[in-house]
Design a protein around this ligand. Structure first.
Ligand SMILES: NC(=O)c1ccc[n+]([C@@H]2O[C@H](COP(=O)([O-])OP(=O)(O)OC[C@H]3O[C@@H](n4cnc5c(N)ncnc54)[C@H](OP(=O)(O)O)[C@@H]3O)[C@@H](O)[C@H]2O)c1
Length: 261
């Protein structure tokens, strides 16, 4: 793919875990990749790391909870690389606890970070990013198997991810005639810094060790282990490709068999 025709991909939360693997894979596929996360230092370090691998990557700070940030981020990407062909809504947070004990602030922040952000980013990319005027586009939302099944002590997280799956199906159907596909990728347990924080939370809630939680979770996965960020990125890369043109409005698991639908 010549530089002139290289497709432009945006990845939120690309400084860690799944987002970092996705940014790297899309760039290796020939996309020009624009990344964002809240920590400007981490964005700069990640851009440097990926450029060191000869990849065409840039980025800036982004808090997906802020409409102003989202507008500035998408405009910066267009100014730098051109209109947007691929959007990966990956930024997200864990969050939960005993539902009767959690405060409204936690509820609101989880829903804002994981769900409202997906609307904000998609809306901005369709307009400022120019995607709605193209005859080919890809919106890929990183949801979760928790977007299909209820997770104990994870009501805000599960609710936010179910919302992402619903939004994906509705927008996918709406945009299907345009050549823009919209899909959700639903990881199960994936070894990332977030997964470590989640294990810490359950260890505290159940009064046990993180190792015991790791064993308990791994035993629930038919494959017998966590998925890797690269395994999740692999499906994102496929959905971004031309041969995935007829896959839309789907929520596809990468979970070692943890979820069956
Ligand atoms: N790991 C799992 O087991 C698992 C399973 C299912 C689904 N997922 C989903 O996969 C996605 C990525 O998870 P991960 O495990 O890779 O997490 P991670 O390692 O914690 O990375 C999260 C990334 O998102 C960024 N981020 C967090 N809040 C943000 C905000 N408000 N605005 C912009 N960027 C933000 C972080 O950077 P800053 O902190 O600097 O902003 C970081 O780059 C999430 O949507 C998560 O729900 C993960």
């Amino acid at each position: 793919m010549s530089e002139q025709h290289a497709r432009v991909a945006l990845v939120s939360g690309a400084t860690s875990g799944i987002g970092l693997s996705v940014a790297r894979l899309l760039a290796r596929q020939g996309h020009r990749v624009f990344i964002g996360a809240r920590s400007g230092d981490n964005v700069a370090t990640t851009v440097k790391e990926l450029r060191g691998e000869d990849l065409d990557v840039d980025g800036t700070t982004l808090d997906v909870r802020s409409a102003d940030d989202v507008r500035t981020f998408v405009q910066a990407a267009v100014d730098r690389f051109g209109t947007v062909d691929v959007l990966v809504n990956n930024a997200g947070r864990s969050g939960g606890g005993v539902t009767a004990d959690i405060g409204y602030e936690l509820w609101q922040d989880v829903i804002d970070t994981n769900l409202h952000s997906v609307f904000r980013m998609s809306h901005e990319v369709l307009n400022t990013g120019g995607m709605r005027h193209k005859d080919r586009g890809r919106i890929i939302n990183i949801a979760s198997t928790a977007g299909k099944q209820g997770v104990v002590l994870g009501a805000p997280y599960s609710a936010s991810k179910h919302g992402v799956v619903g939004f994906t199906k509705a927008l996918g159907n709406e945009l299907a005639p345009t050549g823009i596909t919209v899909n959700a990728v639903c990881p199960g347990y994936v070894e990332t810094p977030m997964a470590q924080r989640v294990r810490q939370g359950y260890a505290a809630a159940y009064g046990t060790t993180e190792d015991a939680i790791m064993e308990k979770f791994s035993a629930k996965i038919p494959l017998g282990r966590y998925s890797t960020p690269d395994e999740v990125a692999g499906l994102v890369g496929y959905l971004a490709s031309d041969v995935a043109a007829s896959i839309t409005a789907q929520a596809l698991n990468v979970c070692g068999g943890l979820g069956n639908f």
